[in-house]
Design a protein around this ligand. Structure first.
Ligand code: HEM
Length: 197
């Protein structure tokens, strides 16, 4: 179990760098969708290199797998450990669906899986009923999961800042992609993945 814990901690660094950049990319939507697309084009130069992408996807799979293995090995858990386990389990499920959807969008639907691909689910009724909580909880779970690691060392109070930051970042990203902050309508090609015109 020690080796699994070491793998989970080491993987967190690699996956963390990508996820930080990924969320910064989504926050760029606060400056408009053109800013989001510009950020993505620059970031893709790095993370769309085949070798980098393979390493990233393997690291994501190892992160989710090692997290679930750690969870299965737990017997007694205090409140922080339970919150860390619940947020980690949600992240593992989210990553499975999220990454499969992106790869499916690219390989089968032949779409550029840019911001419009994600935002379509947030703008087409009734799919919002699923996608709003799905994305909101993913970002919140990420901040909570990392906050729990901090709280185990510094005490429960250390959870407040990460959880509040999670609620704020989640709300801003979801609202921006829904077009609630600046005018933004997902192009019809992407809406068509949900409704035929
Ligand atoms: C509101 C929240 C989120 C939205 C709207 C979103 C959207 C997207 C989009 C559009 C892509 C495709 C990128 C591309 O084709 O260049 C993507 C890829 C990805 N996302 Fe997210 N994401 C969100 C949150 C997260 C979180 C919280 C994580 C991890 C904890 C995550 C992990 C990933 C990974 C691993 C990929 C695959 C990268 C690749 O190989 O292309 N995402 N996401």
């Amino acid at each position: 179990m020690r080796a699994v814990r070491k793998l989970h901690r080491a993987g967190a660094l690699l996956v963390g760098v990508f996820v930080l950049m990924h969320l910064a990319n989504h926050l760029a939507a606060l400056g408009g969708i053109a800013a989001h697309l510009r950020f993505m084009e620059a970031a893709r130069v790095v993370y769309r290199q085949p070798l980098v992408e393979i390493i990233l996807l393997l690291a994501v799979a190892a992160q989710a797998g090692s997290g679930l293995r750690l969870l299965a090995g737990k017997r007694r858990m205090d409140r922080i450990a339970r919150l860390q386990a619940a947020s980690g389990a949600y992240l593992a499920l989210f990553l499975l669906i999220h990454v499969s959807a992106v790869l499916f969008g690219r390989a089968v639907l032949d779409l550029d899986t840019n911001v419009h691909f994600a935002a379509a689910g947030l703008q087409v009724w009734p799919y919002q009923l699923f996608f709003v909580p799905y994305y909101f909880l993913a970002v919140l779970a990420l901040f909570t999961h990392l906050g729990c690691a901090l709280a185990r060392r510094a005490g429960t109070a250390a959870l407040v800042v990460p959880v509040c930051a999670g609620v704020l970042v989640s709300s801003l990203v979801v609202a921006a992609l829904m077009g609630k902050l600046l005018p933004y309508e997902v192009p019809q090609t992407y809406r068509n993945t949900y409704v035929q015109s």
